[in-house]
Design a binder for this molecule. Structure first.
Ligand code: 3UK
Length: 548
């Protein structure tokens, strides 16, 4: 490790023990960064130094900031952080706001001052905010003035938080306006100083804080960004993931800034908001989840999305049916990619010219991936097993024993079951703990979901195993029907026959439950554990009946 520029050593002291680190392979990935590195110098100030200060950096409702405008705001906020709020390098700052220009300026000001950004999902409530506050020992927060209530309530639960400064309502803006605040010298941080803590959405157990270095933010731009996405400076990036989710941070901010392109930031970015925003801003690159692409399909006709040229899907498996429908209606092949908070961004995806519909893709150049059996040995191609990856980024949890579960022998074990085909493409099967074992067969819930989604009556679905006295487990599908379809026995029969004709018949859902909506995480992922819980709750009376 290099000499740290941090004065507050909390993050460095909270890194995992050396023998639990993943291999971080920069040279092998063809990457080399200076020892002293502040990511904001590279992503923002470099454009001004190169005479590109007049290019558009950020577009939002009624806002148009050039790189020079953005750099000015960052400097002013960095001065407030250091001079008025006493921030020292290494100190954590909580950020709480919808995606907006001020959130980006505040985020980058924290990094430029050598602080560590901890962005949080706008929807989090007091109890959920208290956890990162305590875990990351956060004394200072910058918060959108409209979202103060829950953060104030979190203070009661997390007494470490000493100071909240609001923005959007004049408080931070007033402090920024002081004379002498227009310039700020970037903190002299090392390339391997921590600059952000990304908390996982915590589908099981407490959220995990993932530590990432200044250089990691560049590494994802220089691997996935340059080698797979291959956008250009004229592109305008848009999408839905919150910047607190590293999918959003990379896709909506880091990738465009690395190449001097524009970021379009939307405070509301559900499918009904995204389509008109694409049209209004003539967006060219879109980052969102498969569910959002599916939801947009139904309304594509009402908006002009002809400006789009690159569409990235991540967060959940992209079913072939969604790929095909989007291609048919827009002409654009959706670029699937698997990423993880632990890895910071996408590590398996395919370049546009080499997409195999239904497969996630190939390891992003700079990353390696392989499939292991339960004992940790590589399996032959075509055999499902645990996905292991390594590259320039990797998992370093903030003081967490679960580190030993995610990293083994220098490889990151993502918790996904995958298979690699003879041509080296990686095919998603399921989360490793979501495999359904029914009458001795291994059934991957997502494969049954992908099949159901090819039926025109199905809008959304989630498939889980339900305990069954005869088969151990049976496959149950929770289905949201498209408008105008009746949820009756005839529909159930039609859907079951459809799956039986489409994939191996033993995989068909023996049980179908119609619902109005599916439980989702704040990052938009289906909560299969919640479906399993619902299934168990229904199953109990039946078992009780059998017992009596
Ligand atoms: C699942 C996928 C199949 C997979 C993320 C892009 O999703 C992101 O990070 P999370 O930590 O979740 C990681 C887990 O999500 N997953 C993500 N993408 C895919 N499964 N196909 C995909 N294309 O289980 C993975 O282990 O929330 C995605 C960039 C940054 C991210 N943080």
């Amino acid at each position: 490790m290099f000499r740290s520029g941090h004065v507050d050593s909390f993050c460095r002291d909270s890194l995992p023990p050396a023998d639990q680190w993943p291999d971080l392979r920069l040279a092998e990935a063809g990457l080399a960064y200076a020892e002293r590195l502040n990511v904001v110098t590279e992503l923002v100030d470099s454009h001004i130094a190169a005479g590109r200060g007049d290019r558009i950096a950020i577009l939002a409702e009624g806002i148009r900031w050039t790189y020079a405008d953005l750099a000015g705001r960052i400097n002013r906020i960095a001065n407030v952080l250091v001079r008025d709020l006493g921030l020292v390098p290494g100190q954590r700052v909580l950020l709480r706001a919808p995606n907006s220009p001020m959130l980006v300026a505040a985020y980058f000001a924290v990094l430029k001052a050598g602080g560590v950004a901890v962005a949080t999902m706008p929807m989090l409530r007091a109890r959920e905010l208290a956890y990162p506050l305590m875990k990351a020992r956060i004394a200072l927060a910058l918060c959108d003035h409209r979202l103060m209530e829950d953060l104030e309530a979190a203070c009661e639960l997390a007494p470490v938080l000493e100071r909240i400064v609001t923005f959007g309502g004049g408080e931070l803006e007033g402090l920024m306006d002081q004379p002498g605040y227009e310039t700020f010298t970037a903190a002299d941080t090392a390339q391997d100083d921590v600059c952000l803590i990304g908390f996982t959405s915590g589908t099981t157990g407490e959220p995990k804080g993932t530590l990432h270095f200044h250089r990691d933010l560049l590494a994802i731009c220089d691997c996935y960004g340059a080698r797979i996405l291959a956008a250009d400076p004229e592109d305008r990036f848009i999408g839905s993931p919150p910047l607190a989710f590293t999918f959003g941070l990379g896709g909506l901010v880091l990738f465009p800034f690395r190449i001097g392109a524009a970021a379009i930031l939307l405070e509301k970015a559900g499918p009904p908001d995204l389509l008109p925003a694409i049209a209004a801003h003539r967006a060219t690159v879109c980052f969102t989840a498969p569910t959002a692409y599916r939801a947009m399909l139904d309304r594509l006709g009402e908006h002009d999305v002809s400006s789009l040229r690159i569409c990235v899907s991540a967060g959940e498996a992209l079913p072939k049916a969604t790929f095909e429908a989007w291609k048919a209606q827009t002409g654009i092949p959706l670029m699937d990619g698997i990423g993880a908070t632990e890895m910071l961004h996408i590590f398996i995806a395919a370049p546009r010219a080499a997409i195999r519909p239904g497969a996630t893709g190939l390891p992003v150049p700079g990353y390696e991936a392989r499939i292991l059996d339960e004992a940790g040995n590589p399996v032959p191609d075509g055999t499902p097993g645990r996905l292991a990856v390594r590259g320039p980024t990797g998992c370093r949890y903030l003081a967490d024993p679960r580190q030993a579960k995610y990293v083994a022998g220098g490889w990151n074990i993502t918790g996904d079951t995958y298979l690699r085909d003879a041509e080296g493409y990686f095919w998603y099967q399921a989360r490793s703990d979501d495999m359904i074992i029914s009458a001795g067969y291994n059934i991957a819930g997502p494969e049954v979901e992908a099949s159901l989604l090819t039926h025109p009556a199905v809008a959304e679905c989630g498939v889980v195993g339900v305990p069954d006295s005869e088969r151990g487990m049976i496959v149950r599908a929770y289905i949201v029907l498209r408008e105008g379809n009746a949820s009756d026995a005839a529909m159930t029969k039609r859907l079951q026959d459809h799956v039986k004709a489409d994939i191996a018949p033993y995989k068909y859902p023996r049980d179908i439950v119609y619902v109005a909506g599916l439980p989702k995480t704040q990052t938009g992922k289906l909560q299969r554990f919640e479906l399993r819980r619902m299934a168990l709750a229904d199953a109990r009376p039946a078992e009780a009946r059998q017992a009596s």
